[in-house]
Design a protein around this ligand. Sequence first.
Ligand code: NZQ
Ligand code: ZN
Length: 382
Amino acid sequence: MQNFEFYNPTKVVFGEGEIRRLSEFVPKAKILLLYGGGSIKQNGVYEQVKNALYGHELYEVSGVQPNPTYDKAMEAVELIRREKIEFILAVGGGSVIDSAKFISLAVPYKGEPWNILTNHEQVYAEAIPFGCVLTLPATGSEMNCWFVLSRGDQKLSAGSPLLFPKFSILDPKATLSLDRRQIGNGVVDAFVHVMEQYLTYPNNAPLQDRFAESILSTLMEEGPKTLMKPTEYEPRANHMWSATMALSGVIGAGMPFDLATHAIGHELTALYGIDHARTLALIFPAVMWVMREEKREKINQYAERVLKLKGSDQELLQGSIRKTVTFFETMGLPTKLSAYQIKEDVIEKVIKRFEERGITLLGERQQVTMNKVREILRVALQ
Ligand code: NZQ
Ligand code: ZN
């Protein structure tokens, strides 16, 4: 196991009806309510939040889009600076929460705030505190300190220990209005988050491995139920907590990380606008295949322990890719680029974008060279 520091100060308040306790967690201060395109007005979450915060001085910025943009976030930065707002309440999915994180750092930032995304060497002294009401289980943003933001055709990520939410309220009922597409996306995003911390190489960390395996099994069992029984609370509750645990730092403590799938996926979103999780469903099976030698031991472990497969290395590899693909497709996510009419020219487009940013190696041991990325995209084509 590698040395690690584990720090996660986010208070999680989980369960039906907990939004009504909001005023216990927000300060008596000017609050910015930040939300997306209006789903919270349709499903009653907006009303619940407003009722819970009756008497507080509230400002609002709405219209945060999926794959949130710098320009929208800067609208909120300016409002907060102008009105001297002291707390942000993000109500929505990963896009709203990620925007809140950027805004939180950008308000006191001296200089061009986009540099927060491009210069990762910076250490921050202050950030505006924020809390979340989560409406879409997927990214884990509600209990981690990372965020992703887009500007033009750039989609970049950053993080800071200052960016853990003060609290996150997770009411599975607030997610019952999600459509099938967002449910499927949420389950697959969480699944791949776990895989990127698990499917690397043996690291003498049986506890982290078993944490990871338990989340993978839970998502494989509960994910399809969330689609088959879209009005039921329990599968959604299990999905929600699995997604939060997948990227809260617990299962990754002391573990190698393989962010190749996310790195390539972000480029596909930036180039073609494909939903974040959908890019992962395209790339992850291809990473398993192309990096099969480097990942052999963990692929075998996944096959035997999570998928209950038996057989030779070759059988375990083929069986585990097949079952993973079937799971993604059961959740409604295509696993080949041809489903989006994307052709071979994607390969050099993605490589060029990595090279422009000086990225030449990816993966847990920096073994995913640009030629491997080419191979991964070729396998993902059809
Ligand atoms: O905007 P509204 O109207 O609210 O609609 C949203 C949006 O259209 C809708 N939605 C959310 N909750 C709903 C709902 N519709 C009905 N009922 C509800 N309860 O869902 C749509 C997608 O929302 P979005 O927030 O974009 O989805 P998600 O949570 O998947 O977030 C994706 C973003 O998070 C980033 C991704 O790159 C992407 O930009 N990620 C952030 C990470 C992090 N901070 O740790 C890690 C992830 O790997 C990911 O990269
Ligand atoms: Zn993700």
